[in-house]
Ligand binder design. Structure first.
Ligand code: CTP
Length: 504
């Protein structure tokens, strides 16, 4: 028996231990907390499994600590927060987990019954909280061995484990992606991969929200390509994001081929992740918002899942726009426009938010070629102003994505593009400092025009504002009220508009 030192020093573990003893039940720490202790990773939450009622134990502890306990009777679980840490209690189960079930779950198993019904051996390890062997590792399926070898394996026949909850197939991919780092690689055992291939159709029974949640967690990993390659290899991707599978493969005509767009997409995704990690390292720690455990907003102290979505979907319009022309070879003209239009459909199919997050992804997909287009053309101030205007506050993310999109195999080409790209970046800084376009607000408002000419809302107002905006972006006038007003009045008089008061 391995007795682990130090992992259960926290006061909460002693409270759980003492309360369980007074209730006459055995309790164990199980799952991610145990795994992460051995990996030396900080763990957010603690899962406690009880040979008895998890809800009763949680309620007794809640009373002792004067803490609120949330009870989920349908799932047979209860949760309380202790010093910012979520502690979840569940009764040991003999039968398979029913994560989507609305029927109450019967808690009638031993620890080992419960362990073998869990997803992976590395997640089935437990620490005893009994006084006589406090901290002992209970590991009947060799989780510690698999953890050391970087192996993801199910405790039972994978067909059984995956049919208990098919989401575990995507969870296997998520753990392989999340736990692999620089010198440690986690792989899914071959029989599990085969089972995933066989059972991929079972994903149909899952709610889209649960699938999207897992995808988000894969996306924010340091090397998300590991996950998406696995999803593709096992055939799961075809069920989740078939549009992404269409990016696979190359064609060749007259000996001329084109980029393999699936692997290119994954490379861009990893590049974005690497660039974000660099940004984050240089960032001051700040409060960050979470949605379902996934960080979502700026400033960057954590990866932004929506930027990762933009990277994943940036070329999604390529298959629909692919053409071969004897003169110019393979082209994907307009793929950014087609791709941007696909974003809402994809978000809808996965029941993801159709709000400003989706709009952000749509915008980045639409604009992802623009900075590079500036590189190949002459970088004029007005082109830079237009780019700043269209990207607004998302200009930094757009530039990050665009830089990540430079993936040629030819190092000379990459170097040249990067050099030109730096010129555009510099120019953006200069133009923004001079003209403040990023948060552009038209100096001429609709209300001002209506009041001046005594007119109701009408098409002319839009036209006048557009004239002013274009003149500022094209550098014809400065971003200044006086100049804008003069131009607007001139154009209004050409339209036959006359100020209502003579003194104005
Ligand atoms: N579990 C399971 N099958 C699932 C979901 C969860 O067997 N479909 C079990 C695993 O033992 C897992 C534990 O419940 O370790 C807690 O689940 P969860 O919080 O989702 O994962 P963690 O392992 O804690 O990992 P992370 O915090 O990284 O999500």
């Amino acid at each position: 028996m391995t007795v682990t030192q130090g992992f259960l020093d926290g006061k909460i573990f002693h409270i759980v231990s003492g309360t369980a003893r007074s209730l006459g039940v055995r309790a164990f720490v199980i799952g991610g907390y145990v795994r992460d202790c051995f990996l030396g990773r900080p763990s957010k939450d603690i899962d406690i499994v009880v040979e008895g009622s998890g809800i009763e134990l949680a309620e007794a502890i809640g009373e002792k600590l004067h803490a609120n306990v949330s009870v989920f009777r349908n799932f047979g679980t209860a949760m309380l927060k202790y010093k910012g840490v979520e502690v979840e209690f569940v009764g040991a189960r003999k039968e398979s987990y029913r994560y989507d079930s609305r029927k109450p779950i019967i808690e009638n198993g031993t620890l080992e019954d419960d362990q073998k019904r869990r997803d992976f051996t590395i997640n089935a390890m437990a620490f005893s909280l009994q006084e006589e062997d406090y901290g002992a590792l209970v590991d009947p399926f060799g989780g510690i061995r698999d953890l050391a070898a970087g192996i993801i394996r199910t405790p039972l026949d994978p067909d059984v484990t995956y049919s208990d909850d098919p989401l575990r197939m995507i969870r296997a991919v998520r753990f392989a992606t999340k736990l692999s780092d620089g010198d440690r690689k986690f792989t899914i055992v071959p029989e599990s991969l085969e089972s995933m291939r066989r059972n991929r159709g079972r994903l149909e029974i899952l709610s889209k929200e649960r699938i999207a949640d897992e995808l988000n967690k894969i996306l924010v990993c340091p090397r998300p390509s590991i996950g998406f390659s696995l999803l593709e290899q096992t055939g799961l991707l075809e069920y989740i994001l078939p549009q992404l599978c269409r990016l696979k493969g190359t064609e060749s005509v007259d000996g001329r081929g084109h980029k393999e767009n699936f692997s290119h997409t994954l490379e861009v995704l990893d590049n974005v992740a690497a660039a974000e990690i660099k940004d984050i390292a240089g960032c001051r720690l700040n409060d960050y918002e979470y949605e379902n455990g996934v960080p979502v907003s700026k400033p960057r102290t954590e990866p932004c899942v929506w930027l990762r979505w933009a990277a994943l979907l940036h070329d999604i319009g390529k298959p629909a726009t692919k053409r071969y022309d004897a003169k110019s070879g393979w082209t994907f003209h307009g793929h950014e426009v087609v791709g941007a239009r696909m974003v809402p459909k994809i978000f809808k199919s996965l029941k993801m938010p159709l709000n400003e997050k989706m709009k952000y992804v749509e915008k980045l997909v639409l604009l992802h070629l623009r900075p590079i287009a500036l590189v190949t053309e002459e970088v004029t101030d007005s082109a830079v102003r237009r780019l700043l205007f269209d990207a607004g506050d998302d200009i930094d993310d757009l530039m990050l994505l665009c830089n990540a999109d430079i993936t040629s195999k030819n190092p000379r080409k990459v170097e040249k593009l990067r050099h030109n790209f730096d010129i555009v970046r510099q120019k953006l800084v200069e133009v923004e400092a001079k003209d403040a376009i990023r948060n552009f607000k038209n100096p001429i408002t609709g209300e001002y025009i209506m009041e001046l000419y005594g007119i109701p809302p009408c098409r002319e107002i839009g036209e006048l504002k557009e004239t002013v905006k274009n003149a500022i972006l094209d550098g014809i006038i400065d971003n200044d009220f006086g100049e804008a007003d003069r131009l607007m009045r001139q154009r209004a008089s050409e339209m036959g508009l006359v100020p209502v008061r003579k003194d104005r």
